[in-house]
Design a protein around this ligand. Structure first.
Ligand SMILES: [Mg+2]
Length: 217
C-alpha cells in the first residue's frame, strides 16, 4: 500500500550528524545534574539512580524523577536551558529532502518526546520551517511525553488523520520509542540505525530515505 504520511522523530533522526550528536550527548549528564539538585544528593549518586532506571526502562533515565516523586518539570526546564545554536547549524540537505518529499505528494509529520519549545528552537537552528509538517507533536510542560514508549500517540494519529496504519511510515532512531510502538499499531517503520546494526527495516541516516522509498513504489 502506498505511503501517504511520513512521521519523523526529530532528535538524532531529522537532526543528525557529529555536531548534533555532541549536543544530544549533553542530555545524560544534564539529567544526572538536575536529578542531584532536585533530590539534594551528589551527582555520582544521581548517576547511579539514573543508570539503574535506564537499565529498567529501556534507556529512559527520566523515570527516576517519577520514582522519587519530584515530577518532570525541572527536567523539562533543564533541557530548555541548553542552547542548541553552537551545535546545530543550517541543514540544507534535510530541508531539500523534506521539500522533495512534499513535492512527491507525501504529507509530513514530526513527533518528539523533547520539549516542544526546544524542538522549535532546534528546527529553527537547522533552518527547517515548522510549517513543513502538517502534524507537529512534542512534550508540553506538565503533561506526559507524547511517545514515552507507548502506542497511544500513534493510535491517535491514525484516527486523527483517518488513514490506515499501512499508509503511514514512522522513522526514528529509537527502537523503544519510535519503532516498536508504531510497529505494534501496524504502521510501516524505518529505523535510522547510524553505524549500528538493526533487526528492522533500516537506513544509516535520513539521507538514504528517498532511495529507500522507491521500494514502496
Ligand atoms: Mg531520536
Amino acid at each position: 500500500m502506498k505511503i501517504k504520511l511520513i512521521l519523523f522523530d526529530i532528535d538524532n533522526t531529522l537532526i543528525y550528524g557529529e555536531s548534533a550528536s555532541r549536543y544530544y550527548r549533553q542530555y545524560s549528564p544534564l539529567l544526572e545534574k538536575t536529578l542531584a539538585s532536585c533530590l539534594g544528593i551528589s551527582v555520582p549518586e544521581a548517576k547511579r539512580i539514573a543508570d539503574e532506571h535506564r537499565r529498567m526502562f529501556h534507556g529512559r533515565g527520566e523515570k527516576s524523577f517519577e520514582t522519587y516523586g519530584v515530577g518532570l518539570s525541572e527536567w523539562y526546564e533543564s533541557i530548555c536551558s541548553l542552547d542548541p545554536r553552537p551545535f546545530i547549524g543550517e541543514m540544507p540537505r534535510v530541508r531539500s529532502l523534506l521539500r522533495s518529499l512534499r513535492e512527491a505528494g507525501y504529507e509530513l509529520g514530526a513527533i518528539t518526546d523533547g520539549p516542544i519549545s526546544q524542538a522549535d528552537r532546534i528546527l529553527s537552528c537547522a533552518g527547517i520551517d515548522k510549517n513543513t509538517f502538517s502534524l507537529f507533536t512534542g512534550w508540553i510542560k506538565g503533561r506526559a511525553m507524547p511517545k514515552g514508549g507507548e502506542e497511544q500517540i500513534f493510535r491517535k494519529i491514525i484516527t486523527k488523520k483517518k488513514l490506515k496504519p499501512e499508509e503511514i511510515l514512522m522513522i526514528g532512531d529509537s527502537v523503544n520509542t519510535d519503532i516498536l510502538p508504531a510497529q505494534k499499531c501496524g504502521m510501516n517503520i524505518l529505523h535510522v540505525k547510524g553505524n549500528g546494526a538493526s533487526e528492522f527495516p533500516s537506513i544509516s541516516s535520513i539521507e538514504e530515505l528517498l532511495q529507500y522509498l522507491k521500494t514502496y513504489e
